[in-house]
Design a protein around this ligand. Structure first.
Ligand code: SAM
Length: 177
């Protein structure tokens, strides 16, 4: 029995801990900061709001409450299951299991939110610029706590920074995809 408990706890710890290597460990955005997200970019029904690393889906639910279509990507299997359960009553929420680094975001994405470790910002900037260039549509990007180096934010609300990515932005011609 003790062996089972040790293996089970080990499995839980490893399955929660491994995501740290791909983005950030799970820390939820608190309710007050969820309000900051909603205020820095007032969502419309036509918006497609994407949370890369969506955790338990708290920000997705707030976006869906505004009428937007909300899409999450979650690498932690437990969090993915929990978020699916917590969001089960929202027809306008979709949550994908797996690493967002390996997925193409929805072509009609209008806003991306993230709460990730700052060291992943340059990689995420390259991914978002590539997406914007590919689909020829601008996207707004909200990041919790971490700025993008050398890129001017449009707005700040509490710990949130809002950026805008435009297709074929000349400023970014030196970005290596
Ligand atoms: C700091 S938490 C933020 C959770 C949620 N966005 C929120 O604001 O409440 C970061 C989340 O990103 C997830 N994550 C980290 N790297 C990821 C990746 N490459 N693909 C998908 N999810 C990832 C983690 O499992 C964790 O749930």
């Amino acid at each position: 029995m003790l062996d089972f408990v040790i293996y089970f706890v080990g499995f839980i710890v490893v399955s929660i801990g491994f995501v740290t290597f791909f983005g950030a460990p799970y820390v939820p955005t608190l309710k007050k900061q969820v309000q900051d997200v909603m205020q820095i970019y007032p969502l419309k029904k036509s918006d497609v709001f994407v949370d890369v690393g969506s955790g338990d889906g708290i920000v997705l639910r707030a976006a869906a409450d505004q009428g937007a279509h909300a899409v999450g990507y979650e690498l932690g299997p437990w969090l993915w299951l929990i978020s699916r359960y917590l969001c089960r009553k929202y027809p306008n929420i979709t949550i994908h299991f797996g690493s967002f680094w390996r997925k193409d975001l929805p072509p009609d994405t209008t806003v991306v939110y993230t709460f990730l470790n700052g060291k992943f910002m340059p990689k995420l900037e390259r991914k978002l610029q590539a997406h914007t260039d590919k689909y020829g549509k601008k996207i707004s990007f909200i990041t919790y706590g971490f700025k993008i180096e050398d890129r001017e934010s449009k707005k700040q609300q509490g710990p949130m920074y809002l950026y805008e990515f435009k297709p074929n932005d000349l400023r970014n011609t030196n970005i290596k995809i």
